[in-house]
Ligand binder design. Structure first.
Ligand SMILES: NC(=O)C1=CN([C@@H]2O[C@H](COP(=O)(O)OP(=O)(O)OC[C@H]3O[C@@H](n4cnc5c(N)ncnc54)[C@H](O)[C@@H]3O)[C@@H](O)[C@H]2O)C=CC1
Ligand SMILES: CC(=O)[C@H](N)C(=O)O
Length: 501
């Protein structure tokens, strides 16, 4: 939605956005008469001069564009009624009227023909303090109101506030062409880790470059920064996350931020904050804004008392790492939000992921990536797991393919919300044998890391992914020998390029 320059320039504040009530809502404010309080949920509004208040953060006002606030606030009963007029009001300024052109709904609106201070709105303005005071309650009522018609569940909404922080988003992201709006608008958290950049590449091919935003708390390298929208986002900052989702009209969220198994054990308080508190923020925002949410789980969500060979989808899960505990928590919370609030939560338990052009972030399965780099660079490799430690593994292309497939799967095909996916399973010794087919002179020694070994010994050896294969047609492409050949093809050509340079 475009905000008229007149409105934009007049104030540096947050604005109230008032939309004529469609007649059947229960949370609007009376604009005239004696009533100063919002209507109650059990007394639906029928007065034609009632309006629905919605906050527009100052960021949205000054940037001149915003996502459609009805969608933001889940006031979906308005989506069905034709809107002719919008009113903007600075909390301490003058009211301004604007004619809306376009459909109500997720489609951007163009506002034009704005006039000044209609009498009707001056009277509303007198009640602005009451409006501000009651806003959170009003919006909560709106969200919980059965009168709104299309809200089947009560969405858990946190106190609505306005962050003073300026969200730095790629300007081009706001001006996507109409055809691009047909695609999901995607946010990836923790996107600068081993998996996020590859996922962004895949999703941008599918949905358009500007429809996929990478985010992280780290500084992106040049090739990432110049290849599509990137935004700073700390998942522990709830307001900032919400602003990003709202301002960019996000519809799908891939939540990749996490501390992995080995680094998690080295810093339990941080792992608990990022993996658990961060997830709570994501779940609330996803539920509040009706996002489709993907959260990866892991083989690490199982523990020593789980069946290990094979490990089915449903069995005992008593992991002994903070990483595993946080992932079981994520699985259960996501499923709870699905059944309780209708959140479209989708989750895959990934095996250890092997990739050539991105480094792993501190997991137990990292050795299976490191071996390729060391073999090419030094012809030597020191393994930190015992030679016979068998773990499920997967090439990154298969992992990302599965992730997109489960997100695109029709909801009716999903008999579960959390699935194992599997491709292969091998021990360090078996991997070494395969690597030696390419580098026969490779020298391997074993220097076992006790923490990683204990973790690996508690994890599945083989993953049963028959449910994923049956429900949404999951099928891997890479087995061990294809994986190894592909890794050498990519890393070999990279190192040849480096040598030439
Ligand atoms: N790579 C693998 O083998 C597997 C990964 N997974 C899961 O897939 C997801 C992605 O994994 P990777 O890319 O390998 O992880 P990674 O460790 O490489 O990347 C995680 C990213 O999260 C970011 N991050 C940390 N704290 C943050 C915060 N407060 N706010 C925002 N971002 C923050 C980090 O900067 C990092 O870029 C994780 O949830 C992981 O548990 C699951 C199984 C296997
Ligand atoms: C399997 C994972 O979740 C990750 N690679 C780790 O080893 O922690």
């Amino acid at each position: 939605m475009t905000i008229p320059a007149e409105v934009r320039d007049r104030t540096q504040e947050s604005w109230l956005f008032l939309i004529p009530c469609s007649g059947d809502c229960t949370a609007c404010l009376p604009t005239g008469g004696d009533r100063k309080e919002p209507k109650s949920p059990d007394s639906p509004c029928s007065a034609p001069d009632h309006v629905l208040p919605i906050f527009l953060p100052q960021n949205d006002v000054s940037s001149g564009t915003t996502s459609w606030p009805c969608d933001v606030m889940a006031g979906r009963h308005l989506l069905t009624s034709p809107l002719t007029r919008c009113y903007f009001g600075a909390l301490s300024g003058v009211w301004c009227e604007a004619e809306a052109q376009g459909e109500i709904g997720p489609t951007p609106l163009n506002l034009s023909q704005h006039g000044r201070s209609p009498r009707l709105l001056r009277s509303i303005f007198k009640t602005k303090m009451a409006i501000v005071k009651n806003l959170s309650r009003t919006l909560s009522q709106l969200l919980q109101s059965p009168g709104c018609g299309c809200q089947t569940s009560i969405v858990p909404v946190r106190c609505i506030g306005v962050s003073p922080r300026q969200v730095t988003s790629d300007a081009s992201f706001h001006s996507v062409s109409f055809s691009e709006t047909d695609h999901p608008r995607v946010l990836i958290t923790g996107g600068l880790g081993q998996l996020g950049v590859g996922l962004a590449k895949l999703l941008r091919k599918r949905f358009g470059k500007n429809n996929v935003i990478l985010s992280d708390i780290r500084k992106p390298p040049d090739d990432v920064f110049y290849n599509g929208p990137f935004i700073y986002s700390d998942i522990l900052d709830y307001k900032n996350l919400r602003e990003i989702v709202v301002n960019n009209r996000i519809t799908w969220l891939f939540h990749y931020s996490a501390l992995l198994s080995a680094v998690g054990e080295a810093n339990v308080p941080l792992a608990r904050a990022v993996n658990i508190t961060g997830l709570h923020n994501i779940l609330d925002i996803a539920a509040e804004h009706s996002l489709r949410l993907f959260v990866p789980s892991t083989i690490g969500a199982f523990g020593p008392t789980s069946p290990r060979n094979p490990t089915p989808d449903l069995c005992i899960q008593r992991p002994r790492t903070i990483y595993g505990v946080s992932k079981v928590h994520a699985e259960l919370m996501g499923e709870y939000y699905h059944y309780r609030y209708g959140l479209d939560f989708r989750c895959l338990r990934y095996p250890g992921i092997i990739s050539a052009d991105s480094q792993p972030g501190g997991g137990t399965t990292d050795y299976a990536v490191q071996i390729f780099h060391d073999a090419i660079k030094n012809g030597k490799f020191q393994c930190n797991l015992k030679s016979d430690t068998r773990l499920p593994m997967m090439y990154i292309d298969d992992c990302l393919k599965a992730t997109l497939a489960v997100m695109e799967a029709p909801a009716a095909s999903l008999s579960m919300r959390t699935y194992n996916i599997s491709a292969m399973s091998f021990s360090p010794e078996e991997l070494v044998q395969e690597v030696k087919k390419h580098i026969p002179e490779l020298q391997v020694t074993y220097n076992v890391d006790a923490v990683r070994q204990a973790i690996a010994d508690s994890w599945p050896m083989n993953f049963d992914d028959s449910n994923a294969r049956r429900d949404w047609g999951w099928k891997h492409d890479f087995d061990l020998s294809e994986l190894v050949t592909t890794m050498f093809n990519i890393l070999g050509s990279d190192s040849r390029v480096a040598q030439i340079n």
